[in-house]
Design a protein around this ligand. Structure first.
Ligand SMILES: [Fe+2]
Length: 363
């Protein structure tokens, strides 16, 4: 009698990762500059994938290491991705169905999106230095839904509605002033996330600022936030999968679930990434006299929330503020300073004392 393997409890995404032979990084957090990579034949360069504890159901992060003088193989795929340049200089060339091409040159701290299913290739512009890119993608979502590698990587359909304006590829964009915390920069390419102008977001803490992105009209979410020197932001929580990558400054984050006695802690500097877990409270603390920036990337944001929970958190009901920066006492997802566990401020004051830095936040 012929026996067939029982097909049950399948994760088509993890099966694909295994077939692909990708180097996998797991854990709570990782410094991407230290991420080991291995040959990735599909891209013709070196790569790895990060599966953090808090990645959730929809998102992953790829690390792409392009050796000096090399380029990736031509790609197209039905997953979306937003790419951050950790180091190196180079360019990305995009090709659309009508033969039009777009290209842009990137360097450290550049950030861009690949329009859905556009053909593209990354070029390392240096003959001596590697280029290191990190991209957050919705491939887990797409692969679990379609579970067909050929469909994901070899479908000719052109999403002409995702191409956007020419100037979106040259560092220009459209600024949509919505409200503090939700102001949005629409583009495809940001030359430098370290210098892009942010808008005030005092609800999250004194001196806080941010900007949301709408990139290639996709469902990938991204925003940059800045925390003022020698201060910290208020705690909040939301669904899993938002990958927080530190761009500048030094500090740490505390993570905990409601009712938990102890905090988990992630110390960060440039290159450290972690996604807080599902509805896990998290709070970011600066322990230096420099402001600290991070970029947060995930699936579903203010333009396309994808889930109703994300709509509640990122958009809010008509006439109401987004829950992510609304006090828990008002039905939101944020803990005001006066409501937080007193140990939180004490831990931070002690960290500041150890570093001989004068705290600039009194609560
Ligand atoms: Fe968050």
């Amino acid at each position: 009698m012929e026996t067939t393997k029982l097909r049950y409890g399948i994760d088509a995404y993890l099966d694909w990762v295994e077939r692909e032979g990708l180097r996998v990084h797991e854990g709570l957090s990782l410094n991407l500059f230290e991420a080991e990579t291995a040959d990735w034949p599909r891209f013709g360069v070196k790569g790895a994938v990060c599966h953090f504890e808090g990645r959730g159901d929809f998102a992953n992060m790829f690390v792409l290491e392009i050796p000096a003088g090399r380029s990736t193989e031509l790609q197209r795929h039905l997953y979306e991705e937003v790419c951050y340049v950790l180091e190196g200089r180079g360019s990305t060339q995009l090709e659309f169905a009508d033969g039009r091409k777009r290209s842009f040159e990137w360097g450290p701290r550049s950030f861009f999106a690949i329009p859905l299913n556009a053909r593209y290739r990354h070029f390392n512009g240096s003959g001596t230095e590697r280029a290191l890119l990190a991209s957050t993608t919705d491939l887990p979502l797409k692969m679990k839904i379609f579970h067909n590698e050929e469909f994901i990587f070899n479908t000719p359909f052109e999403f002409t509605d995702r191409i956007g304006k020419d100037e979106f590829y040259s560092g220009e964009g459209d600024l949509h002033m919505i409200r503090p915390g939700n102001n949005m920069w629409e583009t495809n390419f940001v030359p430098d996330l370290g210098t892009i102008e942010l808008t005030e977001w005092a609800d999250r803490g004194p001196g806080s600022s941010n900007i949301m992105f709408a990139l290639a009209d996709g469902i990938m979410h991204a925003h940059v936030s800045e925390i003022a020197p020698a201060t910290y932001k208020k705690a909040h929580r939301h669904p899993a999968g938002t990958h927080v990558l530190t761009l500048s400054g030094n500090g740490y984050s505390l993570l905990w679930y409601d009712g938990e006695k102890d905090f988990k802690r992630v110390d960060w500097e440039y290159g450290v990434v972690f996604p807080p877990c599902n509805n896990q409270f998290h709070q970011h603390f600066v322990t230096s006299n420099e402001p600290s920036r991070y970029v947060a990337t995930g699936v579903g944001g203010p333009r396309y929330p994808i889930t109703e929970e994300k709509r509640r958190i990122a958009v809010g009901k008509p006439g109401e503020r987004q829950a992510v920066s609304l006090s828990q006492k008002k039905g939101g997802n944020q803990i005001e300073y006066e409501d937080q566990d007193p140990r939180i401020h004490a831990i931070w004051l002690e960290e500041m004392r150890k570093r001989n830095i004068t705290p600039k936040l009194t609560i």
